[in-house]
Each structure stands twice: as C-alpha cells, then as structure tokens.
Design a protein around this ligand. Structure first.
Ligand code: BG6
Length: 507
C-alpha cells in the first residue's frame, strides 16, 4: 500500500516537484560563491525548464552596481557556458536584478523591501522569497534579525532563509546562532546548507541502503569491521586564506561535509521518507558518535599542513607561503581521526575520517570493510586474502564498487580479489551537479530533507568539542605535521590506522 496516499500531510519526496513563482535574494552577490556556484546552478535549473516563468534573482551587496552591471559581471564570469547557450542566457539574465544593500543598515533593508515589492509586481513573484546568506558568518545573526524586523520572514509558507556554512565556530556559538535564527523564523523556514547533501552519490547512499534488501541485514558491527570516509582535494587554499586561516580543515570540511556523509552511512532506517523522519535519524546517530578517545583526543587525531611539493615543472608552494597566510600559521590543511558510534548497530566499529588539501588525488569516498571469512580454506594469490569491501565513490568517477574474492584461474585453488562496479556515467550518462542545483531547487520548494536541522548541527559540533578545546587550550598536544604537497598527508596519519593493524585505502 502507498502510505503517503493515506496521509495528506506527508510530503511526497519521490516525485519531481514544481517551484512556485519565486524571488531568490542573494546577500553577498559580489562574492565568489554567487558566480561560481549559485548563478550557474540557477541557470542549469532554467535550462532544465525547472524554474517558473515568474522568477527573479536579486543580487545584494554593498557595492553600488546597477542591474546591468550585475548582469554583465555574471555574463563574464560564466562566459564559456553563456557562449554555449546564448539564447537561454539572454532570457535568463533578464531576470537578474541588483540592489546595493548593507545588511547592517536598517535604511538599506527597507529600501530592499520596497525593491522586492516592485519586483513582485513586475515579475508576478507573489511575495514568495528565498533569502540566501552568502555573506561572512559574522553577519548571519544581523541579517536574520533585520529581515525579521522588516517583516520579510513573516510568512512561513512564502519566506525562507538559506544559511551557508560554517554555522557557528563551536558548540556554544552554534547554539547561540540557532537561538537567534529560530527567534526570527520557524525551523522549517531555515535551510542550513551543506552542498555535499546535494550530491547524487551522497543521496544514493540512502537508496542503496534502504531500497535493496541485501545490504541492510549486514550493515552493522556483526559484518562490518571498519569504515573509512575520505575527502581528498588537490587544490590548495586558493584565494580564501582570509577565511581558511581561522577555519582549518576541521571546521571547513569535517564538522559539516564528512560528518554528513558519516550520518547518512551510519543512521538507522527512517520510518518514512519524509524530512523530519530522516533528520531525526541523522541527529540520533550523531548524538551517539564520539571521538575514539574523548579524554585524550591527541591519541585519535592527526593534523597536518601542506609544505612545498609537486614536480619540477609544476612546483606547488607550501601553505605558509600562500598569499594571505601567516608565515607561522598553525592552521591545519589536513586532519584525520578515529571515531566510534556508541549504539547497538556500530559499537566497537572504528570510523576513520580524513580530509586534506593538496593531496595526491581528488577523491571523496566511503569504504566499508567487511569482516574476514572465519576460516581461510584457500591460499590467496597475493599472500593474504583481501576482506570484502564496498566502496561508495562520491566523486569523481561517481558510482560504487564491491570487492570480493574469486578463484584465480589455473590449477590449484587460490583466491584473488576482483571488483564489481556501478558507474553513474555509464548507466545514466547524466551531467553531474556539485550539489547546488538540487539544493537551490529544494530550498525554493520548501523541502528541508537535505538541509541540516538545528539539533544535527549542534550534535556535529559537540562531537568535535574535545578536539576544538584541545587546539584552543593546549595546541602543542596536537602538533601540526608538515606533509609534502601532492602526497597522501603526514605519515603520522598512517600510524593512526597502524595501531589497529589497518591501512588507509590508496585510491
Ligand atoms: C567547501 C569548502 O565547503 O567544500 C572548500 O569550503 C572545499 O574548502 C569544498 O574545497 C569541496 O567541495 P567539493 O564539492 O569540491 O568536494
């Protein structure tokens, strides 16, 4: 029986849905995110005919640009894409507007309100507004408060607010920010964005686990011996030193993207496929997670920073020499750690998490290693039999693979590992969204499933509190090890696994 058919209140998340007339207001429109991610994602939605014809984007920032200047800047930033889709871009860019706004100025917010009312008349957007905060986190509270004070978040069905990461710097600042934001809007108007949740391959973990009958019975401590979650990047800090210096890999990647992958991999099956049921399970599993050694966190965590590296022809400078970085910086660009999830399903199974910039390869993946066969009847061609592994390839080369032993051809009975593969590209050939297309559409649809709820974000910060406190109070206990750019990080991170007779997977 289709349960959703019997419950008129349940959101049916399985269908393609239609975005109502809409005005998307971007604060921080002169910043990188707008032209690198947001406008390209909106244009993609436009090309896919998923935006309503009554649609407007209002870019807001302090600079005094005109509508035309904003349009020209976006055209220049997306020049290759515009070249390929001239007619579509011409139509799309007519819906771009700009208003110079200092979010801390009451006068400017009132001016914006008037502009939005004009746009409602001009574009028939009916007061449906999604406000996207792509500004420095220090303005999140002020922005929410001035929108609320001016009645711009009054209607919970029509007004929403999207908040970029980082949401807080630690547990108490996240709690404080939640309090303020929740005094301005209802929880289901608040969309804390984590673009990893918009990735097809991250959502696919849910489908793989809960749409197949073979995985769930073995998805637990009885069959799985360890889990590795990796997000490796080849890029360095790029031009974001100002932000990154006060953030580091732990706040930039682990507390959000890696923790969200962990939650989806480890959560219990939800009772229904609806936003709250899914978010309840994610919050629950994060509340059960802890560092492997909370009292002595330095024993379960390694931090690193990239130093000079690369090849003769492609020299890469070290982090401390990057423009805008302190020459004695102790900000980590690499972090690896061991966690446990203290519940019936996962008790005792180590979850190893690592991320870093300027690593050898760009790859994000989740590796579930199964327990060895209890008895080895056969000799392994490679010396020792390889345990079964399920590898969920988040990016690039999106897909999944399962490693298992087969008979090595020839006389005798020796085993060797092979892979069974699923590739998104081969099966569907679809272009890949880095998350923003899906998430912008969901925010405008009012679907909170793939956004982080207040309790989840707080649980994620709480999980790393012993580490954050250690770094703050006695950083020498968690030294920063240098690693050569374009390698797999400091060798101390290998020791973290060696203690458990394990190795990091080298993809
Ligand atoms: C962002 C981080 O959230 O994610 C960046 O701030 C990082 O430092 C990026 O490079 C990685 O995203 P993706 O989708 O390229 O893996």
């Amino acid at each position: 029986m289709d349960i959703s058919a019997t419950n008129p209140l349940r959101v049916d998340l399985r269908q393609e849905r239609v975005i109502t007339p809409q005005c998307l207001v971007i604060f921080g429109a002169s910043g990188d995110l707008t032209h690198r991610k947001l406008i390209p994602a909106l244009f993609e939605l436009f090309k896919q005919r998923r935006l309503p014809s009554e649609f407007a984007v209002v870019g807001c920032a302090r600079r005094s640009w005109s509508n035309d200047e904003f349009r020209q800047r976006m055209t220049a930033a997306l020049s290759k894409e515009v070249e390929r889709n001239k007619t579509d871009w011409e139509k799309f860019s007519k819906n771009l507007f700009y208003e110079s706004v200092d979010i801390e100025s009451q006068e400017d917010v009132i001016k914006l309100k008037n502009k939005l009312e004009e746009i409602d008349k001009l574009m028939s957007t009916h007061g449906n507004r999604t406000f996207y905060l792509s500004v420095s986190p220090k303005f999140y509270s002020t922005a929410c408060q001035s929108l609320a004070q001016n009645g711009l978040l009054r209607d919970p069905k029509r007004n929403r607010i999207v908040i970029e990461k980082p949401f807080g710097r630690d547990f108490s600042s996240a709690q404080q920010l939640n309090k303020i934001v929740q005094s301005c809007a209802l929880e289901n108007q608040i969309f804390r964005i984590d673009h990893y949740l918009g990735k097809e391959t991250v959502q696919n973990i849910l489908v793989l686990r809960f749409a197949n009958s073979i995985f769930e019975p073995i998805w637990n401590r009885n069959y799985i011996s360890s889990v590795q979650i990796t997000s490796a990047e080849t890029v360095g800090v790029e031009d974001r030193a100002g932000y990154y210096e006060s953030s580091g890999a732990l706040r930039d990647m682990v507390q959000n993207h890696l923790t969200q992958m962990l939650a989806i991999t480890a959560m219990e099956p939800p009772g229904h496929f609806d936003p709250e049921a899914i978010r309840n399970e994610k919050a629950k599993v994060l509340q059960a997670a802890s560092l492997a050694n909370e009292l002595e966190p330095w024993k379960c965590c390694v931090r690193g920073q990239y130093s000079e590296g690369g090849s003769k022809t492609n020299k890469i400078i070290g982090y401390r020499n990057e423009p805008g970085v302190n020459a004695n910086s102790t900000t980590e660009t690499y972090v690896a750690m061991k966690l446990f999830i203290n519940n019936w399903r996962w008790q005792g199974v180590p979850f190893y998490v690592r991320t870093g910039k300027r690593l050898a390869k760009r790859i994000s993946e989740i590796v579930l290693t199964f327990r060895e066969a209890p008895v080895h009847l056969f000799d392994a061609a490679g010396g020792t039999p390889t345990p079964n592994q399920l590898i969920l390839r988040i990016q690039p080369n999106e897909g999944a693979e399962f490693r298992f032993e087969v008979k090595s051809p020839g006389s005798g009975m020796r085993s060797r590992p092979v892979e069974m593969e699923f590739s998104y590209d081969e099966s569907f050939g679809e272009p890949f969204d880095d998350g923003y297309v899906r998430l912008l559409a969901d925010a405008m649809l009012g679907d909170t499933t793939l956004f982080t709820r207040s309790d989840e974000v707080e649980a994620a910060w709480k999980l790393y509190t012993p580490l954050l406190e250690l770094i703050e109070d006695s950083p020498w206990q968690l030294p920063i090890y240098q690693y050569e750019a374009r390698t797999w990080g400091p060798s101390e991170a290998d020791s973290l696994l060696a203690q458990d007779q394990l190795l990091w997977r080298r993809p």
